[in-house]
Design a protein around this ligand. Structure first.
Ligand code: WQD
Length: 343
């Protein structure tokens, strides 16, 4: 029988790619999204691309009545919980918003799952929980030390979910720690559509490539790395989305055990510097991306990348796409949709 997955925040950048891959793998999908940083258009396009019929419900995860409605109207087999806010700088300015949406929203969702007997959940966590790591690759047992309220909320929800999974009969959860998701679906139909001027490297470069910003600010070229710029583990959003399908497959199989909450890194195990990213972007678009060296950005870690062996062992998942493909697909989406979904 077809299994149904609820994706909270499913209309967003990562969520829309996950919905695509779930539908392509034969799952039915219910999306709950408040459209605060997303558009219903993404799910319309996912429906067209897959010939699927995802159910789209507008609502906030802090609203218990909406959640109870979603769980009573649909037989949900597993939840992928992506809904939340994610701007590091804003979380420092307005921590209450982050604790409210990310933490209270999650507690509310898990409470509703409990009431409706839904016991499988995949949580969208982040490598940001590791803080500023001294060594890489990062394994899941390395200490967590988030450095800002956004990172704190991710770690708090991991801990809440671990306790709830241990306490509730038949609960199973996976806490997926994403490295740096970038790129877009190969169709060029779905991709990242940030509100305003983005903070993150790929969407910012995309704006420069589209002549919407004059140049990229490279935040520091005096780090202790080979070329002086920071190193991150960029992962293609389609690889990341497929990791979620594998996660759901796993939770719904007899390979998973009740009352277990596993942390799993999703990365490529490769680090790329800001300059390497810039070069790969130039190769993808065929022209130069103007940049200047700017001061270091507060709170940036010099370098880190994943060890994803647990994802391979547990889920049978490993990233496939390289940096060239990430840039090519991101640029394909952004050049075809210079105004994103055009809200
Ligand atoms: C990557 C590199 C910058 C912009 C953040 C969050 C993390 C996760 C993803 C999720 C760094 C440099 C960037 C620019 C630059 N959040 N850079 N010029 O900081 O690794 O991770 O986003 O929701 O929690 O912390 O990603 O893309 O912002 O930066 O030079 O205009 O690019 O200094 O080295 P980051 P990023």
């Amino acid at each position: 029988m077809t299994k149904t997955i609820l994706a909270t925040g499913g209309a967003g950048y990562i969520g829309s790619h996950i919905c695509y891959e779930l539908l392509a793998a034969g799952y039915q999908v219910v999306v709950l999204d408040d459209f605060s940083n997303s558009s219903a258009e993404s799910i319309k396009r996912v429906a067209r691309l897959t010939n699927g019929a995802p159910v789209l419900i507008k609502g906030d995860v802090r609203d218990a009545a909406i959640l109870d409605h979603v769980f009573s109207e649909n037989r949900i087999d597993a939840v992928i919980h992506l809904a939340g806010v994610k701007a590091v700088g804003e979380s420092v300015q307005n921590p209450q918003k982050y604790y409210d949406i990310n933490v209270s929203g999650s507690v509310n969702l898990f409470g509703s799952m409990q009431r409706h007997g839904v016991s499988n959940v995949v949580f969208s966590s982040s490598a940001t929980v590791y803080g500023i790591p001294e060594i890489s690759p990062l394994t899941e047992d390395m200490p967590a030390n988030p450095l800002n309220p956004y990172g704190q909320t991710k770690l708090m929800v991991e801990n809440i979910l671990r306790d709830m999974t241990a306490a509730n009969p038949h609960w199973r959860s996976l806490l997926l720690r994403y490295f740096n998701p970038v790129g877009a679906h190969a169709s060029g139909q779905i991709g990242e559509d940030p509100n305003g001027i983005p903070d993150n490297l790929f969407p910012y470069i995309a704006m420069v490539a589209n002549k919407k910003q004059p140049k990229l600010n490279v935040f520091g070229d005096d780090y202790d790395t080979a070329d002086g710029t920071c190193i991150r583990d960029y992962i293609h959003v389609v690889d990341l989305a497929r990791g979620h399908v594998k996660a759901v497959d796993y939770l719904l199989s007899d390979r998973a055990t009740d009352n277990s909450a596993e942390m799993v890194n999703l990365g490529t195990d490769q680090g790329s510097s800001v300059f390497q990213v810039l070069k790969a972007w130039e190769a993808a678009c065929g022209f130069e991306i103007p940049y200047r060296i700017a001061p270091r950005r507060a709170g940036d870690a010099p370098a880190y990348y994943a060890d994803s062996r647990r994802a391979k062992a547990l889920l049978g998942w490993q990233a496939e796409y390289d940096l060239a493909r990430m840039c090519a697909d991101h640029w394909h989406w952004q050049s075809k949709n210079p105004d994103g979904y055009g809200k």
